[in-house]
Structures are given as structure tokens and as C-alpha cells.
Design a protein around this ligand. Sequence first.
Ligand SMILES: Cc1cc2nc3c(=O)[nH]c(=O)nc-3n(C[C@H](O)[C@H](O)[C@H](O)COP(=O)(O)OP(=O)(O)OC[C@H]3O[C@@H](n4cnc5c(N)ncnc54)[C@H](O)[C@@H]3O)c2cc1C
Length: 411
Amino acid sequence: MPREGHVSLEDLNWEFGCSTDEGALHLFTEEENKFRVEFREFVKKDVLPVADRIDKERNFDLIHEAVRKMGRAGYIGVSFPREVGGWGKGLVYQVIIGEELSAASYAVAVTYGASAVLYAMPIVRFGTREQKEKFLKPIMKGEELGAIAITEPTGGSDAIGGMQTRAVKKGAYYVINGEKRFITNGSRANYILLYAVTNPDVKRHQGISAFIVPTDIEGFKAVKDYELLGRLGSVNSHLVFKDCKVPEDNLLGEENGGLKVLMEGLDSERTFTSSQYVGIARSAFEIATKYAAERVQFKRPIREFEGVSFKIADMYANIEAARLMVLRAARMIDSGLSATKEVAAAKFFSADMAVKVCLDAVQIAGGIGMTKEYPLERYLRDSKMGQIGAGTSEVLRYLVQREIYRKVVGG
Ligand SMILES: Cc1cc2nc3c(=O)[nH]c(=O)nc-3n(C[C@H](O)[C@H](O)[C@H](O)COP(=O)(O)OP(=O)(O)OC[C@H]3O[C@@H](n4cnc5c(N)ncnc54)[C@H](O)[C@@H]3O)c2cc1C
């Protein structure tokens, strides 16, 4: 017999996606909305049921299986060119995927994202026909995974200035030596999009290049996987490259043109990651909202106390604001506009918002919010990553103010 005021997760009967407001949906096209509805059904069937297990068991196999299912259903090719069998769709489709996946499992979203967005999209933009055939197609099925390796022990926020990994041209090969850390999918990836210094004698941003490195190459080693606070089950690795001979055909873009490859995609990739924080916050909000309607204290549902219900109103407004900022950034990029300020603002706003929303959701759930009876603590742990990955909230604030002052005072 259920005890009055005691709300188990089963009693809560949480309806995934119930808060996606009609008002926000009006801003997407009919076709985009159709895609969201279809993709949400996929997530409800193939990702949500395993989301808690992935976290509790730190189960990468379940994550990879979810990514494979995405591949089989064709979703990994959404933004890939039609010439390799993709859908040729823009960033708006990726932000729908990012939000819906993260609303169920951020661990699946980051594994998919590192492969199908961060690794793949620069190849879509800069790859030769042969590179697309060879290095995109296998990723589309979800069987094989990609990763992107920029960060090093000496280069985090200052990734370019602190880069020490070297690639030296020898005949038809580049010989690569160096270390990369915090690389999502690192030890499980089949291919790594690696940035390395090719000319140490010029300013660093003029002397780096991008390479596609197959991980079965001699001299490559994933030396450890990090234990993380959140996104448990996903893989994040420290990589070492020792005299790795990479064929010159695996150079992506031009030699010493690595910054262009990196920068052209950075805004899209940050927009995609921002959508993940909208998804995390949305689910925490939905659970907390339902819980507040059903949990009884002082003989009343706790939603009747303003200390609770005003939190719900604030959470709603902030999630909607973040979703609109992310959508605006995606639309600007899809229209070929420069959107660095809008993207950076969307990224730190949605990341900070998700941490606050998840904290408030745990607060509304009280003691049960601290337990693993409810997934709220999982969403809270996952949300923290948004303020660190793909540009910290501090670095993004720096970019926003710089763009503002360029307009206001020039230079
Ligand atoms: C789980 C996880 C997954 C990741 N996945 C990848 C990946 O797939 N590929 C990849 O290449 N990298 C990846 N990263 C690396 C990530 O992008 C970096 O951690 C991030 O850019 C910050 O770099 P750092 O950790 O070296 O911190 P630091 O740069 O050392 O920063 C430390 C602190 O100083 C602050 N700070 C630094 N410079 C400034 C400044 N100018 N003004 C104000 N504050 C400043 C930062 O905001 C931060 O709070 C991942 C990291 C994690 C934790």
C-alpha cells in the first residue's frame, strides 16, 4: 500500500519530454518537430530504459549498443553529406539530438557527440572525397567510434598556446610524438582527430595541423581512463603517441592550417554541447515538478508552498531561455552567419543554468533527491561538465565581453 505523501519513482510516472513547451516548438519547423517526436520515441525505447544502469554499472557496452542502434536507425548520418549516405541536415537537427539524448543519458550523448559531431564534422567540412569515404562511413553505422584530441597536460583553456605534441614530416608520413588528456572515447575510438604542432618556429596558431589517426597504429597507447564525477559509463582517456607514423594522406586540411579546421567547427560544436545541458535540465525539472505535485507535507502537496513553486517557475523560464539561445545560435550557423558571441553566451548560460536547475531539483526532492532512488543526483553530477568542457564558463565569458567591446570601442 502506498503511504500518503511517499512518492516512489514508479508512483511518479514521469512522462519523458512532457515539459517541451508548445511555445518553443512553434519556433522549430514542422519537419524539425516531426524529427524531434520521432527521435524522442527512439530515445524512450532504446536509451531511457538503460540510462540508470549505464550510470550505476559504468557500463560502456550499453552506451555503445545505444550508439549502434542510432547508427542502424540512420541517426548518426543526420549531418553527414548525402554523398556518403548522410541526410545532409544542419545544426538544428544536431541540437534536437543533443537535447533529447541528454534528457535520457548524458553518457550516451557525449559518446555519440565525440564521434558523430566533434570528430566527424571537421571531416565533413575539410575532408577529401577519399577521407570522407574512409573515415566517415564507418562512424555512421555506430560500430566504430571517433574522438577528438586537442587537450594536453600543458594546454587546456590555452589549448593552442600550450600544445606540445609534434608531427614531423618524414617522406610520405608524419611522425607523431606527444600526449593528449581528457579525451572522450579515447581508449575505445577507432579514429582520432588529432591536433599537433607541425611548425614550432612560427606563432603557435600558424604552426598546427589536424590529422586523422587510426588507433590500431603502432606507437599509440591509451594509458588510462579517468574516473569522473559524472557521465559515468562514458570513457575519457589519457593518450600517448610515440613515434606514430601517420600517412600524409591523413592530414586534414592544409599543413599548418589546423587552426582553421579547429576554429571553423568550434561554434557548431559548442552549440551542440549547449543543447545537452538543456536536455539534462529539462529532465531534472520534469521530475521535480511532478514530485512537488505529489509529495505531501503539512497536509498539502509541497507545490503549494511558494518556496517550492517559485523555484519551478524559475527553472522553467531559464530552461526555455537556454533553449531559445541554443536554437538562435544553431539557426545563425545554419544560415552561414558568424555567431561566436551568441554561441559562447548560449554555452555558458545553458551550462550554468543546468547546474542551478539540477541543484534546485534535488532541493525540491529533499532527502530522496540525494539518493539513487531517483535519477536527480545523476543529472546533477552530469550537469557540472557543461561549465568545463568545450570551453570553460570563464573562457566563454571572456569571449562574449571581447566581442561586445570590439563593437563598443573597437579593437
Ligand atoms: C570529462 C571531460 C571530457 C573532455 N573531453 C575532451 C575531448 O574529447 N577532447 C579534448 O581535446 N578535450 C576534452 N576535454 C578537455 C576540456 O576541454 C578541458 O578540460 C577544458 O578546456 C579546460 O582545460 P583544463 O582542464 O586544462 O583547465 P585549465 O585551462 O587549467 O583551467 C583551470 C581553471 O582556470 C580557469 N581559467 C583558465 N584560463 C582562464 C582565463 N583566461 N580567464 C579566466 N579563467 C581562466 C578555467 O576557467 C578553469 O576554471 C574534456 C575534459 C573533461 C573533464
